[in-house]
Design a protein around this ligand. Structure first.
Ligand code: ADP
Length: 297
């Protein structure tokens, strides 16, 4: 069935991204709380229609590690994209000073399974793996969103793509990202996955803008410097090695998703029954609320 704006009650704003605003909404016919993302695009109706049609593939992206897609429509030059509401928000605001190793394992496992599902079942490469695109709910579930399914949408967004935190793999920064067929390879996502794990483990983006005088210096460090590592004091050699397998400088040296799932770090994660994700989310949300209070004062 098709959804349209009349069916929604618009509630509070959940966040602002590079491309638009996300609001909490209620889908009145089904009483389902959803998140609605508004993306402003200066395009003609034919192109907007093409985007809506390309997004349709998302109805097949149903897996425990993927944020559910409910539908999309456009009004004037805005695309409205409706998805599952994730009540703890994105991972970038939950990691605090770095998550414990057992939680890191659960997050890593979920992300790899989500990325592997997209690739194996839908032939989709995510292309934008980073903590803001990993959503969490109070049940302790970790799900991916914002993956590249619409060529037309990607093309329209590319122009505004600026940001001071790059999760791009060295080969993509150097401009070798595309092979002769013009397609990205999955190993670039593996780098971004590794970098996201470092951020969640350290509690901060590993190439902080304060350290580099400009974006060029920061990108040079990513391309020519040693890849970052998880801190030795806090994480086991298994966890640190897992991240190392993601952050090989040469794409051909990076692990595949199957290798990453087979690694002792994630085998141990699957064997554990006692990882308290619900408790971790609760504490992370309290911490986030305190930070927001301090910022207000
Ligand atoms: P970006 O463009 O930086 O990837 P988005 O526009 O996707 O950011 O989202 C902006 C913010 O809105 C996120 O950081 C998150 O806090 C919130 N958000 C996005 N989608 C959802 C969702 N499905 N449920 C709850 N919050 C969401």
């Amino acid at each position: 069935f098709a959804i349209n704006m009349e069916q929604f009650q618009l509630n509070e704003e959940l966040g602002k991204g590079n491309y638009g605003t996300v609001k909490k909404v209620l889908h009145k016919p089904t009483k389902v709380a959803m998140a609605m993302k508004e993306i402003r695009l200066e395009l003609d109706d034919a192109k907007l229609n093409a985007i809506i049609m390309e997004l349709d593939i998302l109805h097949r992206a149903v897996a425990p590690e993927i944020v559910e897609f409910y539908g999309a429509f456009f009004i004037e030059s805005c695309v409205y994209y409706c998805m599952e509401y994730m009540d703890a928000g994105s991972l970038d605001k939950l990691h605090g000073a770095g998550v414990p190793e057992d939680v890191l394992g659960r997050i890593a496992g979920s992300m790899v399974r989500g990325l592997k599902f997209l690739k194996d079942e839908l032939q989709i490469i995510h292309r934008d793996v980073k903590p803001t695109n990993v959503l969490v709910n109070k049940k302790g579930e970790i799900k991916l969103c914002d993956f590249g399914v619409s060529g037309q949408l990607e093309k329209s967004l590319a122009k505004t793509n600026i940001g001071c935190q790059s999760y791009m793999a060295p080969e993509r920064i150097k401009g070798e990202s595309q092979n002769n067929l013009g397609t990205y390879t999955v190993s670039s996502d593996v780098w971004s996955l590794g970098l996201s794990m470092i951020e969640i483990g350290l509690g901060q983006y590993p190439y902080p803008p304060e350290t580099y005088s400009n974006v060029f210096a920061q990108l040079t460090a990513i391309v020519h410097g040693d890849p970052p590592e998880l801190p030795e004091e806090k994480y086991s050699e298994e966890a640190r090695d897992w991240v190392r397998q993601c952050l090989a400088k040469k794409p051909e040296d990076r692990a595949s998703y199957a290798d990453l799932l087979d690694h002792p770090f994630l085998k141990r994660d699957r064997a554990r029954k006692d990882v308290d994700m619900v408790g971790w989310v609760r504490i992370a949300l309290e911490h986030r609320a305190k930070l927001a209070e301090v910022a207000q004062a």
